[in-house]
Design a protein around this ligand. Structure first.
Ligand SMILES: Nc1ncnc2c1ncn2[C@@H]1O[C@H](COP(=O)(O)OP(=O)(O)OP(=O)(O)O)[C@@H](O)[C@H]1O
Length: 456
């Protein structure tokens, strides 16, 4: 390296320009000898406006000239000149015990402020997102929504209520449509976790390969097509709240092992991630399968079964609590968006009561909705019920024997016309299509509508 003075000065200037802070140097007379580009960026003062001039004249309120006198260092002095805000460190420069000048090192506050503003904005966005996620993951039902006067289900409701306040995992077993999900919502809402998320996931509805990333999340770039920024897992979403694992009996053995590990350690690790993260989640699991039998057959891990089975709720099928049937129907009629008050003929009631309801309350709900669509009045008779409830037509036949042939034919005619009009609609086009389908003219259809007093 060439050590000539000129070369040396250029080398020093290079260093000073490379520094990321603003630099200003005055000599022992208080004259500005040097500034770097960053100083100009922070203060807006250009070299030609300041170099060679007394600092106290060009920068009002400058403190560096005082440093020349008291020879004391100063740090983090806040300065605001016009719009520019910065903090300055000042230090005297010595050579051979002689003061040669003062060096100032400036850091812009504007940049820090801009970053703080950005951070604040992100915090607000995050809070809004958390709120949205919270709303998305709220349990809808409470114990008030569960109808059950029958002794057996009353006991289950009691046990569920007592369980809610504990931190025990809950395993809900029962046939499809018995209300397992309803119970899971109610337990969360009655628990100390109700202020946090209730996150439901149906283990049977998602392929095993996807379910793992749903449950635990993944880091960005952990596999092809992974989302930018990665994905938050349901365990993380349910932190401090409840994770409802519906159809747990359909969980693959591989995922059972992973779930067990999380439950044992209270930690999750995202797919492709290195860090483990603590989670505090209560598990409510449900299944319509006999889990113990699955354990016996080696299809469900025994250790996981006992982890999940903190409390076991067995929801009885509807056929074993027929006493609740009409209370349930009442509730459905009142609350399930049906526009009118329905009544049931004695025969329809009998038919509903005698049916064995393999699809339980869900099937009942659907049947009532179907019947409400099929009747053109507020009365539901056997004919309005779905076909599977009409297979035992003894009651209907018994009633028919009391009617004249004309009455029976009229009743059937009425039924068929109403059903057809429900399919095609009551507009002119609908009536034309209905008439075509029934093999009669449009005029005959109008006549029959009048004659049979069919109202829409
Ligand atoms: N005891 C009850 N009181 C009021 N409504 C009920 C009751 N049981 C079930 N229901 C209603 O029946 C429907 C089915 O219930 P839910 O989805 O909770 O059943 P499930 O046992 O979770 O079914 P699956 O096993 O098929 O998931 C829901 O609309 C629910 O509101």
């Amino acid at each position: 390296m060439d050590h000539s003075l000129n070369q040396y000065v250029r080398w020093l200037q290079g260093i000073i320009e490379a520094i990321n802070d603003g630099i200003l140097v005055i000599d022992s007379e208080g004259i500005v000898r040097l500034i770097n580009d960053e100083y100009t960026k922070i203060t807006g003062v250009k070299k030609e406006d300041i170099i060679g001039k007394p600092l106290s004249e060009v920068r009002e309120g400058a403190i560096s000239p005082t440093v020349l006198i008291d020879k004391k260092r100063r740090s983090a002095i806040y300065r605001k000149v016009g719009e520019q805000e910065y903090v300055v460190d000042m230090a005297p420069i010595y050579y051979d015990h002689q003061i040669l000048g003062v060096v100032n090192v400036l850091k812009s506050v504007n940049e820090v402020k801009a970053l703080t503003k950005e951070l604040e904005k992100s915090k607000i966005k995050l809070a809004q997102l958390e709120k949205t996620v919270g709303h998305l993951h709220q349990a809808k039902y409470t114990f008030h929504d569960i109808i059950g006067e029958d002794k057996e289900i009353k006991n289950v409701i009691e046990l569920a209520k007592r369980t809610a306040s504990s931190n025990l995992n809950v395993l809900i077993q029962g046939e499809s449509g018995t209300g397992k999900e309803l119970f899971a919502h109610a337990i969360h809402n009655e628990s100390p976790r109700s202020g946090y998320a209730f996150v439901p996931i149906n283990c049977a509805a998602i392929p095993s390969s996807l379910l793992e990333s749903e449950l635990f999340g993944y880091e960005e770039g952990s596999f092809t097509n992974s989302k930018k920024g990665g994905k938050i897992g349901l365990f993380e979403l349910a932190d401090h709240g409840t994770l409802f694992l519906d159809e747990i009996g359909d969980l693959s053995l591989e995922l059972q092992a992973k779930l067990l590990r999380v439950l044992q350690e209270g930690r999750i690790r995202k797919i492709g991630g290195l860090k483990e993260q603590e989670v505090n989640v209560r598990i409510v699991a449900a299944t319509n399968k006999d889990l113990l039998q699955m354990v016996a057959k080696g299809r469900f891990r025994e250790d996981l079964f006992y982890r999940l089975n903190g409390v076991q709720l067995m929801i009885p099928p509807l056929r074993s609590r027929k006493g609740d049937l009409f209370t349930l129907i009442d509730k459905i009629v009142k609350h399930k968006e049906l526009p009118f008050h329905l009544t049931f003929t004695a025969d329809a009631k009998k038919q509903l009561f005698e049916y064995h309801w393999p699809g339980n309350v869900r099937e009942l709900l659907n049947a009532i909705h179907y019947a409400a669509t099929m009747t053109d009045s507020e009365t539901i008779d056997i004919v309005h019920l779905p076909a599977f409830l009409q297979s035992n037509r003894m009651a209907d036949d018994r009633e028919d024997t009391n009617l004249s042939l004309k009455d029976i034919l009229e009743r059937k005619e009425r039924e068929v016309i109403i059903k057809t009009l429900k399919i095609y609609g009551t507009s002119l086009k609908g009536k034309e299509l209905a008439a075509q389908k029934l093999g009669i003219s449009l005029a005959t259809l109008y006549n029959k509508i009048n004659q049979l007093k069919i109202k829409f």
